[in-house]
Design a protein around this ligand. Structure first.
Ligand SMILES: [Zn+2]
Length: 236
């Protein structure tokens, strides 16, 4: 099989971000569908309908400004039992953003989204952003990108991208966006059908909350007092 970097990245690249999740540690025949950039009324309710009919739980990496604008669709995602992740408020590109602005945008989005999962728009981060955000969120990347947003390839090629590279634990990326809609309407039902026929089941992405790496000032103060008491009792 020809290696398509835009669809699937080899180990020597994914190893640059070892704390990020590229594939779920699940050795059963399970794949994890993810949808980026929504929610929007033109596409997301259609995706939700299709997932409901197929009894599939998936993960939606929502853009904060869309959640603000279409909060009822976001509520529907939650009510249907799917997982949600933070995809920044303004769909900012990490490599082009100053860190302070980038982090503020993510915090702003998380007031609406409330998730411990984060996926960087355009799939890339600066090393400093990666290190900082890994302490706060589980960074979810992908094992397979369908390239549904790419107008220069056919819908058949989009479907083939998914079917060629899907394997146990694959995190598969689609987009509930206008740009991807034409491809998605055709590809998603067929991808689901074909993966089911291959014996795959579908699951959403869940991780326990990321442990805070930085000790809070209050905790530092408590530790200092405890140490002082210990010192004092030794001395006394
Ligand atoms: Zn995106």
């Amino acid at each position: 099989m020809r290696l398509k970097l835009q669809v699937h990245l080899p180990h020597y690249i994914t190893n640059w971000f070892p704390l990020a999740v590229w594939r779920m540690p699940d050795d059963s025949k399970t794949v994890f569908l993810t949808f980026d950039d929504g929610p929007i009324p033109e596409v997301t309710p259609w995706v939700l309908d299709l997932l409901r009919k197929n009894n599939i739980k998936a993960t939606f990496f929502a853009v904060g400004e869309n959640v603000f604008r279409y909060s009822e669709i976001f509520e529907q995602i939650i009510d249907d039992g799917h997982a949600v992740g933070n995809h920044t408020y303004h769909h900012l590109q990490g490599l082009k953003s100053n860190n302070r602005t980038y982090y503020k945008d993510i915090v702003h989005a998380n007031k609406l989204i409330g998730s411990n999962l984060f996926r960087p728009p355009h799939g890339w981060l600066k090393r400093t952003q990666y290190r900082y955000l890994s302490g706060k969120y589980k960074i979810i990347m992908w094992d397979v990108i369908s390239c549904d947003y790419n107008q220069n390839i056919t819908k058949e090629e989009v479907l083939q991208n998914v079917l060629d590279y899907a394997r146990n634990g694959s995190i598969i990326t689609f987009h509930d966006s206008l740009k991807a809609a034409d491809h998605l309407y055709w590809v998603l039902p067929r991808a689901i059908e074909a993966l089911k026929a291959e014996g795959y089941v579908f699951s959403k992405i869940e991780f326990p909350k990321v442990r805070r790496l930085i000790v809070s000032p209050t905790l530092q103060r408590i530790r200092r007092i405890r140490n002082n008491i210990r010192q004092f009792s030794l001395w006394a």
